[in-house]
Ligand binder design. Sequence first.
Ligand SMILES: [Zn+2]
Length: 501
Amino acid sequence: MNAPFFHLLFVLLGACVPVGCAVASPRAVHRGDTSAARLSPSRATEPLASLKNTPAASHTVRELLASGLASRHASEIVQSLTDDVGPRLAGSPGDQAAVAWALARLRAEGLSNVHAEEVIVPHWERGVETGEIVSPTRQKLRLTAIGGSIGTLPAGVEADVIEVQTLEALDTLDAIAVAGKIVFYNTPTERTRDGSGYGRAVAVRALGAKRASAKGAVGVVIRSIGTDQERLPHTGAQRGFEKGETSIPAAALSMPDADLLHRTLAAKKAARLRMTLGCRHLPDAVSANVIGEVPGTTRAEELVVLGAHLDSWDLGTGALDDGAGVGIVIEAARLILATGPRPARTLRVVLFANEENGLAGAKQYAKAHAHELDRHVVALEADSGTDRVTSVTYGGAPSQHAEFVAMAANLSPLGIAADSAEADGGADLSPIRALGVPVVSLSQDSSGYFDIHHTANDTFDKIHPDNLAQAATAFAVAAHVVLTMNENFGRVPEEKRERRH
Ligand SMILES: [Zn+2]
């Protein structure tokens, strides 16, 4: 997610979480039946009715809207990536296959200058993982290693459990109460439309093991960072351990198992847990950012970037995270190629490596393209799943805000409103945003995203073709307007370049 950026930015930059932190003013919590909303087939085409009433829309924008909403190509792209490649954690054979897939796909879609740019990525592998409460009542637990965790000895780690709800609560405990124990962080994730509930909860996954280790704990389990009630744990990355810090095994429990452990501790005042994690770190591996372009005409040296990440966690097939984003940005490029005259500026699609557990691709892009970042007019990232774009936010020079408002008016036929919150851009854009490249965020409805995020349930059947088409169309229209306009968005002011939180 761009939210979904979730992901690991938090870990790498020490900044914030992907989705949540992007929005300065969290909107109303949505507790409705999100699956019903996702499955409503009529919603994606409704906005077309208002198209004729939008005087700002050029002929090409109208064409993009009509052809984009009618197309199901974005979901076909996700199907190909998830069925033909599958899971693609950085450094894995799937990651290599994804790079080859992306090169072939971008060429097949008619993009130019298609190539791979080498990125050195961490290589972490999951192994066997088991967990159980061994007393007072023996109970099997569904858990999964948090990305980057060390493994246990083959016999596992067994210890009494101490429960806390937050990192701050752990900080108040004496080390003697924590030493030798397994710390259980039981932090709920609030369901929100903008993903901010995830942003508020994810710190325990990112930092929980480090904080617990500092007090002498021998392991950590967390309530999965997610909004479902399935018996499927959510993985995700944690912040790496520094030299001199003791790394300890860390795992996420499914929600029903976290509830069981909580009830056991509440009723019996004690519980003993054993877990076995076979995960391990392997030597760094070679991966790549995959890039393709729609070359511009009169101002070809000026670039508009559409980004998504090619890697995924290993439990599912990375359909929502971030197959959907890959489908969105490739389909947006295809729509622009197929519609109207070739734009003045160049559109560049970047499929980043290693967003989930390292952000190495994003950092490498910023380094390799440092010489031309001043020619990056704007960058947009798709990493928030399959649902509709509902709002658009700006992250450029305040002096150019009127240009953004004019651009955003073209999105109103899609039911997308400009929001005054500062755009964060997303995890993969954070290194270039920090160097001044303006960002625009097309924010997707994240109400249902964290039911699936980073679980074995992240599979192609969760993709909603109509809603994904709306999102791809939004990216195409936004990119088209910037590719063809004379103005720009300036640079991100110095004081706003660091991620908040
Ligand atoms: Zn993602």
